[in-house]
Design a protein around this ligand. Structure first.
Ligand code: FAD
Length: 508
C-alpha cells in the first residue's frame, strides 16, 4: 500500500546523469540541497554555465524522502514554514517563487489546523492567524499582554536579513520585553529546535527569522510532501539548462594561492571553474580544499536528532487530536543542547502530517523528533551494531510513550510500519559532520570564505529551514554569481529590470 492517496511523479528521470558533459563551467555548485538547487536555477536563468554535483542518488539533502515497504516517506521536513497565501506579495515564500519563476499553484499548499507549545502546566496554541497566539498569551499570561505586543512591534520592524547585522544574544533582547521566565522559555522552544545551531540561545536576527516564519506566517504542507517541492525544483533545473550530476560529489576544491580554479569530482574528473557555491556546510566545504589551509576553523555543530516514523490505520483525529505540530517539553525550563545520554527524554517535536487541511495520506502518520547525542550513537554503531539496533527500538518505545500521553489508547493500536533514524543516519545522507542538523555555530552571513571564488549557501550561510535555505541559494547566487563584476560576468544578459530584480533580492 502506498502511503499517499495520489502519488506524484517523483522518480529521478531515467538515464540520470553521473558524469559532467563539459570540462569547464562558470560555476560549480556543491550539493543538491534546497539551497544548492535554488542557486543553480538562478545562475542558469541568466545563462551561466552551471554544474550541480550531488553525492547521493536523490536531491533534497536534509529534506528528502525514501521508499520502504511500498511506502514513500518524507524525512526532515515536518512542515513548510513561512506559509503565505498567493496574494501576499513580498513574503519570503512568494518572493522565492517569483525569483525561481515557480507558479504558486504548483506547490499545492495546504495550511495547518493549529500547533501548540506544550509545557507541563500550560500550552500555547498558534496557527497561521496571529490572533490565536495573541489570545493565548492574553489567556495564559495576562500580565505579559502589553509586553508581548511591544516585542511583536520590535520584531516586525527589525530587518533580520540584513547581511551586516551584528550578533546579539536573542534571550537578552527578548528579556528586555518579556519578564515571565516561563513565557520566554515557551517562545524560544519551537524557534530553537526548528533552527538554531547554537545551544540554548540564538542570534537575534535568526530569532526574528524563525519567529516570523513560525508564529506570524505559520505552517503549510505541499500535497505529496517534500517530493512535490523537489520535483518542481528538478523540473525547473532542467528547463533553465543547469547540468545536474547525481552520485558524483566534489572530492576536492582546487585552489591556487587562495583562489578557486577548479574541482575534482568523486568519479575523478577535473573541472575548471572560477566559482564554487557550496551547501555542504562550512567545515565540510573547507575540508575539501587541496592546498595548505588558510587559517579558519569553523566549529562542527553539536545538535543532532533522532526521528521516529510510525504509521497506524487510525489518524490523529480518531484520537480527537487536531494539532499539526506539538512542541512538547515536560519541565518549565527548555533545555536545547546535546543531551548527556543517547536522547533527551525531556522534550520532543510531534509532527502529525494528517492534520493539514488537505490530508492526502492513506493512513495515520506520526513523526517524532528528539535531541540526540551524536558521538554516543556513532560509537554504538561502530562498536556494537546489535546494541545500536536495540537502542533504536528503545527510541521507538519512548516515542510511543510520548504519543500515548497525547492520544490515550495509541499504544494499543496495531503499528503498520515504523522506522527510527539516528544522528549517524543524518550524517550519512547529508554529509554534515557530526550529523549536525543546523550546521556549524559559525555562520558566514555574506556567504564568503577565506578563499576567493568559494562561497557558502544554505545552512552555514545562516538562513535555515526549507524556505530559508532556498532564499539563501537565491541571494548568494545573486550576490556572488550575478552581481559580482568578474570577467565571467562581462557580456552577461543581466541588465535593466533584471538587474533591479537581482539587486533588490540580494537579501530575501
Ligand atoms: C529531522 C529534520 C527536520 C526538519 N524539519 C524541518 C521543517 O519542518 N521545516 C523546515 O523548513 N526545515 C526543516 N529542517 C531543516 C531543513 O531540512 C534544512 O534547513 C535545509 O534542508 C538545509 O538545506 P541546505 O541547502 O543547506 O543543505 P542540506 O539539506 O544540508 O544539503 C546538503 C547537500 O549537499 C550534499 N553534499 C555534501 N557534501 C557534498 C560533496 N562533497 N559533494 C556533493 N554533494 C555534497 C549532500 O548530499 C546534500 O544533498 C529539518 C531538518 C531535519 C534534519
Amino acid at each position: 500500500m502506498g502511503l499517499l492517496k495520489e502519488e506524484v511523479n517523483l522518480a529521478i528521470p531515467m538515464g540520470r546523469q553521473f558524469d559532467p558533459k563539459e570540462t569547464s563551467y562558470d560555476a560549480v555548485i556543491i550539493g543538491a540541497g534546497m539551497s544548492g538547487m535554488a542557486a543553480a536555477i538562478r545562475l542558469a536563468m541568466y545563462d551561466k554555465k552551471v554544474l550541480l554535483l550531488e553525492r547521493h542518488t536523490i536531491s533534497g539533502g536534509l529534506n528528502s524522502y525514501y521508499n520502504r515497504r511500498k511506502r514513500s516517506l518524507d524525512v526532515g521536513l515536518h512542515a513548510l514554514t513561512n506559509f503565505a497565501a498567493k496574494k501576499e506579495r513580498g513574503r519570503p515564500l512568494t518572493k522565492l517563487l517569483k525569483q525561481l519563476r515557480l507558479p504558486y499553484e504548483e506547490l499545492q499548499l495546504s495550511p495547518q489546523f493549529e500547533s501548540r507549545v506544550q509545557f507541563p502546566e500550560v500550552g500555547l496554541r498558534f496557527s497561521n492567524d496571529l490572533d490565536l497566539l495573541l489570545s493565548e498569551i492574553e489567556k495564559n499570561f495576562p500580565h505579559e499582554k502589553d509586553n508581548f505586543s511591544k516585542l511583536l512591534h520590535h520584531i516586525e520592524n527589525f530587518n533580520e536579513v540584513a547581511l551586516d547585522n551584528k550578533t546579539v544574544m536573542a534571550k537578552d533582547e527578548v528579556r528586555r520585553f518579556i519578564k515571565d521566565p516561563l513565557l520566554v522559555e515557551m517562545i524560544f522552544c519551537p524557534l530553537l529546535i526548528y533552527g538554531s545551531a547554537w545551544e540554548n540561545d540564538m542570534d537575534f536576527s535568526q530569532f526574528v527569522i524563525m519567529f516570523k516564519s513560525i508564529f506570524i506566517e505559520g505552517f503549510g504542507r505541499s500535497r505529496g510532501g517534500v517530493r512535490r517541492i523537489l520535483e518542481l525544483l528538478r523540473n525547473r533545473l532542467e528547463e533553465v539548462g543547469a547540468e545536474v550530476c547525481y552520485r558524483n560529489g566534489v572530492k576536492k576544491i582546487i585552489t591556487e594561492r587562495g583562489k578557486v580554479v577548479g574541482v575534482v569530482t568523486d568519479r575523478g574528473q577535473t573541472l575548471k571553474t572560477p566559482k564554487v557555491l557550496s551547501c555542504a556546510g562550512y567545515p565540510e566545504t573547507l575540508s575539501l580544499i587541496d592546498e595548505e589551509k588558510i587559517d579558519s576553523n569553523p566549529r562542527v555543530g553539536r545538535l543532532s536528532f533522532t526521528e521516529t516514523i510510525i504509521t497506524l490505520n487510525e489518524r490523529p483525529k480518531d484520537f480527537g487530536l487536531k494539532d499539526t505540530i506539538i512542541f512538547h517539553n515536560n519541565q518549565n525550563h527548555y533545555s536545547y543542547q546535546r543531551p548527556e545520554s543517547l536522547i533527551d527524554h525531556k522534550s520532543a517535536v510531534l509532527c502529525l502530517p494528517n492534520n493539514f487541511r488537505d490530508d492526502d495520506y492513506q493512513e495515520g502518520v506520526y513523526r517524532l523528533t528528539m535531541m540526540a547525542n551524536y558521538p554516543q550513537w556513532r560509537e554504538l554503531k561502530e562498536k556494537t551494531p546489535q546494541l545500536y539496533k536495540e537502542k533504536k527500538e528503545e527510541v521507538l518505545q519512548e516515542s510511543i510513550k510520548i504519543l500515548e500521553s497525547y492520544m490515550p489508547g495509541f499504544k494499543n493500536k496495531e503499528i503498520t510500519f515504523s522506522d527510527v533514524f539516528s544522528p549517524t543516519t543524518v550524517e550519512r545522507y547529508t554529509g554534515h559532520f557530526g550529523g549536525c542538523v543546523y550546521g556549524s555555530p559559525d555562520k558566514s552571513r555574506d556567504g564568503t570564505t577565506p578563499y576567493d571564488g568559494l562561497f557558502l549557501c544554505g545552512t552555514d550561510q545562516g538562513f535555515l529551514g526549507i524556505i530559508g535555505s532556498m532564499l539563501s541559494g537565491i541571494s548568494m547566487a545573486n550576490l556572488h554569481g550575478l552581481m559580482a563584476s568578474t570577467p565571467q560576468n562581462k557580456g552577461s544578459t543581466v541588465q535593466g529590470n533584471e538587474e533591479r530584480e537581482i539587486s533588490s533580492s540580494i537579501t530575501p
